[in-house]
Design a protein around this ligand. Structure first.
Ligand code: CTP
Length: 410
């Protein structure tokens, strides 16, 4: 159980913070809500008190004997401010201490996550952008707002990201507080990251297919992590059951042939390409146009032909400077064998990094954590057993750190 302070400032998106509060509480965290006085104009104190099961204060002189402005910040494992209005960002950047929430921000020693929500003009205003830059330079993780319908008829960047996306980022920061630095640094700003996610389906007939157990969780964790670090992200999504994170472009595909086409189309403009999908290696040679019928008690023989090796094709067309990351699901007898298979695959595929998974006994698929070894041509870059979100950040760290000499073909 972690201690989370949920700061809420005065914007209409405050109602979405109720959902965030519920998910944090349901996940077993201890949540204290600290609204600004203006936030109470949107959602009243009774709602926050009932949902959190705790008294709610907005000023430093309420319950002063408990010195909440110091205690809350000091004891928190994470402070999340959602929504963070233009005014709250300005006050935080200026270091003001004029209500309980701004005091908590000054006393917190844990990671701070700000989730802005406001009208597009206010978000794009140089004053707000400068405040965000100041906060990021001090190590505060500031999510970029989502684009879409705002309060009135207008739409554009400024929407609060969905509570589920905020929760994912918050949980990542709780699991690994060092990631606040990566998020704050926006080290992928201006970069384009292309990721394939999910498992392809190869049609046998109009209703049946050959597929695999990939859930797409790893690819989506990578998309979320790259977007949090400021990248423009495109996900080529093969049959995902999970939603695409806010602010990420999606290109839906079904088969390996479609996935190959979409990846090769988008790769030319990408700085980092990650093949996290599990494309089927084989496809029925001649899928039936009509639904296959049983014939007596006879079985069915299907001829399969190999599909395109997308990773190899991408490596063959790699523009100078681009980093390509592949995955390798192996069933190895021991770690040395896993490494040997990985080295061979890295060389065979021609990518700069390979993320090795041991999938003996059906491990990894569909789970939220994973055990990986990241290798490059120079050897092992990192070994980690962690949740997929932290692993995603480690993969991006490794991609950013690929030396220039390995990015250019001679
Ligand atoms: N991959 C690909 N195109 C395919 C199959 C796999 O681009 N048709 C990519 C996967 O996305 C992954 C990497 O290749 O990044 C390795 O996948 P894996 O299934 O481990 O390797 P295979 O190519 O299938 O090699 P092998 O069957 O020889 O182990």
């Amino acid at each position: 159980m972690s201690r989370i302070v949920l700061g809420v400032s005065g914007g209409i998106a405050a109602y979405k913070a109720c959902l965030l509060l519920r998910s944090f509480s349901e996940a077993g965290h201890d949540v204290t809500v600290v609204p600004t006085p203006n936030a109470l104009a949107f959602i009243g104190e009774a709602t926050w008190a009932a949902l959190s099961g705790k008294p709610v204060h907005t000023g430093v002189f309420e319950a002063a004997h408990e010195v909440p402005h110091v205690r809350l910040g000091r004891q928190a494992d994470l402070v999340v401010v959602a929504p963070a209005t233009a005014d709250l960002l300005a006050r935080a950047a200026a270091g003001r201490a004029d209500d309980l929430l701004s005091n908590v921000l000054l006393t917190a020693t844990c990671p701070i996550l700000m989730v802005p929500a406001m009208h597009t003009e206010m978000w794009l205003n140089p004053a707000t952008q400068a405040n965000v830059a100041t906060l990021r330079s001090r190590g505060v993780a500031v999510m970029n707002p989502a684009s879409g319908r705002l309060t009135g008829a207008d739409s554009g960047p400024g929407r609060l990201p969905e509570p589920a996306d905020i929760e994912q980022v918050a949980l990542t920061l709780l699991a690994d507080p060092r990631l606040a630095v990566a998020m704050a640094s926006q080290d992928l700003a201006g970069r384009h990251v292309l990721i394939s996610a999910g498992g392809t389906r190869e049609a046998l007939d109009p209703v049946r297919f050959v597929g695999n157990a990939s859930s797409g969780r790893m690819g989506l964790a990578l998309a979320r992590a790259a977007a949090a670090r400021g990248a423009r992200v495109t996900v080529v999504a093969a049959n995902l059951a999970l939603p695409i994170p806010a602010g990420v472009d999606a290109v839906p595909v079904v088969s390996t042939a479609e996935l190959a086409e979409a990846m090769l189309d988008h790769a030319a403009a990408a700085d980092i390409v990650v093949m996290a999908a599990a494309p089927a290696d084989f496809t029925p040679a001649s899928p039936s146009e009509v639904k296959l019928k049983k014939s007596g008690d006879q079985g069915l023989r299907v001829d399969l032909v190999q599909t395109t090796d997308v990773l190899k094709a991408l490596a063959g067309e790699r523009p100078d400077g681009q980093v390509i990351v592949g995955f390798a699901a192996e069933t190895a007898s021991d770690p040395d064998e896993l490494l040997r298979l990985g080295r061979e695959k890295l060389a065979r595929k021609g990518c700069q990094l390979l993320v090795l998974n041991d999938v003996s006994g059906g491990r990894i698929f569909g789970s939220s954590s994973t055990e990986v070894t990241i290798i490059s041509g120079a050897g092992v870059v990192a070994r980690l057993a962690d949740d997929k979100s932290s692993v995603a950040h480690a993969i991006l760290d490794a991609a950013v750190a690929v030396p220039t000499s390995a990015r250019f073909s001679l």
